[in-house]
Design a protein around this ligand. Sequence first.
Ligand SMILES: O=C(CO)COP(=O)(O)O
Length: 247
Amino acid sequence: MARKFFVDGNWKCNGTTEEVKKIVTTLNEAEVPSEDVVEVVVSPPFVFLNFVKSLLRSDFHVAAQNCWVRKGGAFTGEISAEMLVNLSIPWVIIGHSERRALLNESNEFVGDKVVYALSQGLKVIACIGETLEERESGSTMAVVAAQTKAIADKVTNWDNVVLAYEPVWAIGTGKVATPAQAQDKSYPLLFYLEIFECELRKWLRENVSGDIAESTRIIYGGSVNGANCKELTDQPMLMVFWSVELR
Ligand SMILES: O=C(CO)COP(=O)(O)O
């Protein structure tokens, strides 16, 4: 079965009510192929989830940016998977590199979160990706494999999992190559993404199953914008993950 094109906008910790209204209006007016062809998801901060959901066109969906690792309870400041389900929020982003780095979320913790969110009926965008240091030391695949393994060890049904490859060195840095740059190999990101996707699918084939390797959507995030998204989405990777500067 063909993998359905997937686009998600991660709004991170940005926005006021007015800004959110403005961006939803823009999204609502956008000409986008039907839901059968592309799945469009936006990820506002928790406090705007319901508001966005109430204004957003019905063929676009919302994702939370995180949720608690287990059933809710005495965890001040956290949001549980049950609450997201209760609000009919279908998606959640888990393991974003900003949370891994700033809040010390380990591979195991991320794996636990993914499996708990899935068990509650949420669909999960699970983030993986290496830092610049790891990339430069040649350990990209080892790092990504360890991150993916922590998820694969616990997940039995991959139907509702999208893997988001977001190399930390590409997030917020503008380091996305144009085809011309890719050709002169000075910063061959497009070429690199193609190879990376093959490698990750190979890892999934060897460590999970051929079917999962084939059916799982692998998406790319990091410095995606209106100017480069067309080139990026022409790559085999199916989706882009963009963050929105609301200001
Ligand atoms: O982190 C991202 C998506 O989750 C991408 O961030 P930037 O688009 O700012 O590089």
